[in-house]
Design a protein around this ligand. Structure first.
Ligand code: GCU
Length: 598
């Protein structure tokens, strides 16, 4: 057991030191096609804002300093290159994409004639090298500009791409040809698809941030899927370049997102592609004439959304399937090959896989320790969001910032907000604790979908630590509460950390940090008429997330078997895009995207 704990402490320290000393940073320099946008512009994004999620973030960080309206000249004359210097360390990468605002018409001081482009780029290259960083040139992606059926390439018409390539070759630095990659892909996808699915073209009401038709900015700027696509092109261009091994070796595994329909649609549908875990996913259909779209289903043929644009979810760490179900189409076929008639697709069909609460899954620490080599996610419990007790450091052997000493009274509790980027139907939880009392200090550990009773037997001294486990825990890739509560008047043990067997579980931001704007008066979410039918008694949770995946509402109620009317409290929400989720005993049984407008 001692050996086992030593390894855990080591894992905590290793994680800290690797992010501080061994992570490299990609500094992203460029214009509005790369920069980071506020959530009020969603789904407009720049590729610099989608870059980090492609990497193991303990190894690669992203510092996106791109800014709209700048050319290679004005980014420099603004002093923005100079001010980057203090954040660059040796071994970092400086990725530079210009061209859109450099295009020369002699009408604006920012414009840079193509024969002066190399002059400015050279300043970036020389600065990066003098700071010990690797400069990387990225040619500008094409614009959505067509000559008849042929996609123009405005960056080879005036050859900004050629200047970049020549310069990169001369200086022996990496050149990522986003220009040619995007020209090839967009030519094959066609004008309709790239305009509606990749560039910034929104009809009124398609996204709540755009209440009027927004069609006048569809030649240059991008929506989220377009910018994610650019990072994928950059990833392909990075492959095999030895100067970029520190980056390519830290790229996450890609998984296939399969998107299809149950008819052969003459409309448009999101193309299947490979994506890494955590990337925002949008699947979308625009039905062809005479076609009637009904809803999207997942790989189990469960309905996930009735919206033609289904967005806001993140790619899980596994292959994923979405199928657009149209009226008069063929039956849905699950990824395991079962055919499900369309008429029988309802949200509550999967009662057989409902996960129940249990305390029988608890195993003694000694039984489990031998087979465990570590935990992917370790969370310090010293500072709960709130609780009845104290954060302390007055005993030896703890890890992290200390431990939480839960008050010695029946029902004393500590509350935490966690978020998982991964789902798991069989996760394990370990809680490291100390109990210097002679008797056990039992507590319930509960979340939205599970509740376990842990005994926490004596560890013999307040300086000695042991670990208690629960297995078979259902985790969803969403924010969730985590509550530890004593069930005896002795209160609880001292709690050091909780560890999850899956990667990607961490503390969540507090709700107050997420709602940046005041709620809009006059709108209230009231689900009092929502009727649910469940096969057994359990806990029903309703959660609402904003477009960026932040939880803005959550409430849990016990419900009886059979039909019940849910009575959640009303909650005012600001205008925007939301995703509402209903969980029964931890399993998502209903998931819908949902727009609230003023
Ligand atoms: C002692 C010990 C604390 C512990 C407490 C308890 O005071 O120093 O760390 O929390 O007992 O009984 O819970």
């Amino acid at each position: 057991m001692k050996f086992f704990f030593a390894m855990l402490s080591l894992a905590v320290f290793a994680a800290t030191s690797s992010s501080d000393t061994t992570a490299v940073t990609i500094h992203v320099i460029g214009d509005s096609t790369l920069c980071t946008y506020a959530s009020s512009a969603y789904p407009q994004t720049g590729w610099g804002q989608e870059l980090a999620v492609f990497f193991d973030t303990s190894k690669v960080k992203v510092n996106n300093v791109a800014i709209g309206g700048r050319s290679s000249k004005t980014f420099y004359t603004d002093g923005r290159l100079a001010s980057l210097k203090s954040s660059v360390k040796a071994g970092d990468f400086i990725v530079i994409q210009f061209g859109h605002n450099d295009r020369y018409f002699g009408t604006n001081a920012r414009q840079v004639p193509v024969d002066s482009f190399a002059y400015y780029l050279q300043i970036y290259i020389d600065s990066a090298k003098s700071w010990g960083a690797t400069p990387v040139l990225v040619s500008p992606m094409v614009m959505n500009a067509w000559k008849g059926a042929t996609l123009r390439n405005v960056f080879t018409e005036q050859d900004y791409r050629g200047v970049m390539k020549t310069l990169a070759d001369k200086d022996g630095i990496p050149f990522l040809d986003l220009n040619m990659k995007s020209w090839n892909q967009y030519s094959s996808y066609g004008q309709a698809y790239i305009t509606r699915f990749l560039f910034k073209f929104f009809l009124a009401g398609e996204y709540p941030n755009y209440t009027a038709d927004t069609t006048n900015d569809a030649t240059t700027h991008f929506q989220e899927a377009g910018s994610v696509g650019h990072v994928k092109m950059l990833k392909e261009e990075m492959d095999g370049k030895s100067a970029l091994t520190a980056l390519t070796s830290a790229l996450k595994t890609m998984h296939t997102l399969t998107v299809s329909a149950n008819i052969s649609t003459t409309g448009l549908i999101t193309k299947s592609e490979d994506l890494p875990e955590g990337v925002p996913v949008t699947v979308r259909v625009i039905p062809g004439s005479g076609e009637t779209f009904k809803f999207w289903v997942d790989g189990n043929c469960n309905e996930v959304s009735e919206a033609q644009i289904y967005y806001g979810s993140k790619m899980p760490d596994a292959a994923t399937t979405y199928t657009a179900i149209f009226a008069n189409g063929s039956a849905c076929v699950t990824t395991s090959g079962t055919s499900v008639p369309i008429a029988s697709i309802v949200w509550a069909q999967s009662s057989s896989s409902v996960a129940g609460s249990s305390s029988s899954a608890i195993e003694s620490s000694s039984a489990k320790a031998a087979s465990w080599t570590g935990f992917a996610s370790i969370i310090d419990m010293a500072n709960p969001d709130s609780g009845k007790g104290w954060t302390e450091t007055n005993h030896t052997g703890y890890t992290g910032a200390g431990f939480y000493n839960i008050a010695n009274e029946m029902g004393s509790a500590a509350y935490y907000s966690f978020v998982s980027t991964q789902s798991a139907s069989d996760a394990s939880i370990a809680i490291r604790y100390s109990n210097g009392d002679a008797v056990s200090r039992p507590m319930t550990i509960s979340s939205d979908g599970f509740s376990y009773t842990f005994e926490f037997p004596s560890t013999g001294s307040w300086d000695a630590w042991d670990t208690a486990y629960a297995t078979g825990v259902w985790l969803d890739a969403v924010p969730f509460s985590f509550v530890i509560q004593s069930t005896s008047s002795d209160g609880g043990p001292n709690i050091d950390f909780v560890a999850f067997s899956v990667a990607g579980v961490s503390r969540a931001l507090k709700e107050t940090e997420l709602l940046q704007k005041p709620p809009v008066e006059g709108f209230a979410l009231n689900l009092s008429q929502s009727l649910v039918n469940v096969p057994q008694a359990g806990l029903c949770t309703f959660r609402v997330f904003d477009a960026l995946g932040h939880q803005v509402f959550m409430e849990t109620h016990p419900i009886a078997a059979g039909s019940s009317i849910l009575n959640f409290r009303a909650k005012a929400l600001q205008a925007g895009s939301y995703f509402a989720e209903l969980l029964f005993n931890g399993k998502i049984v209903l998931y819908k995207s949902w727009n609230i407008q003023r």
